[in-house]
Write a new protein. Structure first.
Length: 305
């Protein structure tokens, strides 16, 4: 079995729950405030580790109470913390999240995540069969350096370009598997998309974005499931009907689960179905990192059909 290496962000998520989201300039009464380990990098690493993959997280924490708590949490999840550096000159990354009616709004303050550097990924012991994962909460030059090392080692690169921002063609060409939602796909392709667009339109936009003939683009559509363009092949994975409690981290759960499956040599279509089932479990729980399921839980969902 290959290993999963995630270069990415680590945050403390400060979650406020309310009956509805406030309008601009408005104050509403909340129900409670909760603290959850988060950050897209940490979430993806936790998902992969809980599903049985040997997982290393490359990132940075501040020398503060949040940083100490997050390191303890990540180690308890079975993640190798040896590549997580302490950065005294700034605070640990923090996300301020409002959850209302199962939807969320998020403000992310990068803190130490903004200092994850090319030096941080230079010594990662990548090898053939491993999966290198990243997202857009650390500097893009660091991701490019990480993926260049992965390609040189024969590892698979998996990018979740969120929060969405423009990236160079050079970085996109380093990506073997691109996982994103329809809004992010539209942004990167310069075409507006919505969650009710037909599959043919979404696939056409994905084909427009494809940087290499062998590149896979996977579009996550929430309850509608997944659409994928794998080289020239198109396929879909049906969504799971569940009652969502908190969608925070669902995309990260999908990415981490997919990485774990790929590291285990699972074929792409089956890996997407597994990741989709994992994400459907995560939205039924509060929090990001703590909501990630185990392999047994995902197997139960898949066997139930």
């Amino acid at each position: 079995m290959g290993r999963v290496f995630v270069a990415g962000s680590v945050n403390m998520d400060v979650v406020a729950t309310a009956d509805r989201h406030p309008k601009v300039g408005e104050t509403v009464a909340g129900r409670e405030v909760l603290y959850f380990p988060g950050g897209k990098g940490a979430n993806q690493a936790v998902a992969a580790s809980r599903l049985g993959a040997k997982t290393t997280l490359i990132g940075r924490l501040g020398a503060d109470a949040f940083g100490a708590e997050l390191r303890t949490f990540l180690t308890a999840q079975g993640i190798d913390p040896g590549s997580i550096k302490e950065t005294p000159e700034t605070h640990t990354g923090t996300a301020i999240i409002t959850v209302a009616a199962s939807d969320n709004t998020i403000v992310v303050i990068p803190g130490s995540n903004a200092l994850v550097s090319t030096d941080d990924v230079a010594a990662v012991p990548l090898a053939k069969g491993d999966v290198a994962v990243s997202q857009f909460e650390i500097p893009l030059p660091t991701i490019a350096a990480f993926f260049q090392r992965a390609h040189a080692a024969g590892a698979t690169t998996l990018l979740n370009p969120a929060p969405a921002q423009k990236m160079s063609g050079e970085l996109l060409a380093l990506v073997d598997i691109l996982v994103l939602n329809e809004t992010e796909l539209g942004f990167l392709a310069g075409t507006e998309l919505s969650d009710d667009d037909e599959a043919a339109k979404i696939i056409a936009v994905a084909r427009k974005l494809q940087a290499r003939e062998d590149q896979t683009i996977c579009v996550t559509l929430g309850k509608r499931g997944v659409l994928a363009l794998a080289g020239r092949e198109e396929f879909a994975v049906q969504g799971c009907v569940v009652e969502a409690v908190d969608t925070t981290g669902a995309g990260d759960c999908f990415v981490g689960a997919l990485a774990a499956q790929l590291a285990d040599g699972v074929p792409l279509r089956a890996a997407f179905a597994f990741a989709n089932a994992a994400a459907s479990i995560s939205v039924q729980r509060m929090g990001a990192g703590p909501s990630m399921p185990t392999a047994a839980e995902v197997a139960a969902v898949l066997s139930a059909g």
